[in-house]
Design a protein around this ligand. Structure first.
Ligand code: GLN
Length: 254
């Protein structure tokens, strides 16, 4: 399993969010507490995306190095502050390439996106969905792997103006129907809103004092962390969190 997190709130250093907490993403990369879906280590790379200013586009750092071995990132993270961050550590699904371009976050149009899970039966199970994309869009895929295709499908919906929660929910239900057994914890932010899904893997939220955190595992022992039930959509911003069951109303073709 991969592990991912998103944070919106008062600016904090990337180190405070990703490296320093007692059960940080750094720790989750080598000692995750919840490894359902297999994979005991998240050592096939990582990525961190953040918004350096409230109005500008996000920037990313991605690499195939394990998070614990990237000393350059640790130095950068100590002095880089942001009020909107999405980060992910990767355990590559068998058959998927171990390259930096396969590491989340994926980004376009001011969005950051991550996927924790796997599309069962890749690539045949989702060929019908991929065929719906214009070839000019398909050719922009960053890596030949499931998460990168999910990003193209989601990006297309977002470009149509679909609400991010609706786009995410509809994508999960469509892919789950095409590829039964798919594991689809998705995470998306534009720096103002965070939307996420639970579809097999763990996820927790922490909200309050003008901030919200969404994370595969709570990164500290704050009793205010709430576990998100499976098959739910999370819609969150700096003022609060809503949870919605992933209902069939989102299940139409995308
Ligand atoms: N299938 C995705 C990948 O290979 C996500 C993997 C995961 O969640 N372990 O990157």
């Amino acid at each position: 399993m991969c592990r991912h997190l998103a944070y919106l709130g008062p600016p904090r250093s990337l180190a405070e969010l990703v490296l320093d907490p007692p059960h940080s993403l750094l720790r989750q990369s080598w000692a995750p507490r919840d490894s359902r879906g297999g994979g005991a280590l998240n050592a096939d790379g990582f990525g961190v995306g953040w918004f350096p200013t409230p109005d500008g586009p996000p920037v990313r750092h991605r690499t195939t190095s394990p998070l614990w071995s990237d000393v350059g990132f640790a130095e950068l993270a100590a002095v880089t502050r942001s009020g909107a961050v999405l980060a992910s550590v990767r355990s590559a699904t068998v058959g998927m390439p171990v390259v930096a371009t396969a590491c989340a976050p994926f980004t376009d149009d001011g969005w950051l996106f991550a996927h924790n899970g796997a599309v069962r039966g890749w690539p045949d199970s989702v060929a019908r969905l991929a065929e719906q994309l214009p070839v000019t869009e398909l050719l922009t895929i960053e890596a030949p792997m499931d998460s990168a295709l999910l990003w193209l499908l989601l990006r297309r919906e977002l470009r149509k103006g679909t609400e991010p929660g609706d786009a995410l929910a509809s994508l999960v239900l469509t892919v789950a129907a095409e590829a039964p057994g798919a594991r689809l914890n998705l995470l998306l932010t534009n720096g103002e809103v965070v939307v996420a899904t639970t579809w097999t893997h763990s996820l927790s939220v922490l909200a309050g004092r003008g901030s919200v955190a969404v994370s595969s595992e709570p990164w500290d022992d704050d009793p205010a962390w709430r576990a998100v039930p499976d098959q739910h959509l999370v819609v969150a911003d700096r003022s609060g969190v809503e949870l919605h069951p992933l209902a069939p109303r989102w299940g139409g073709p995308i």
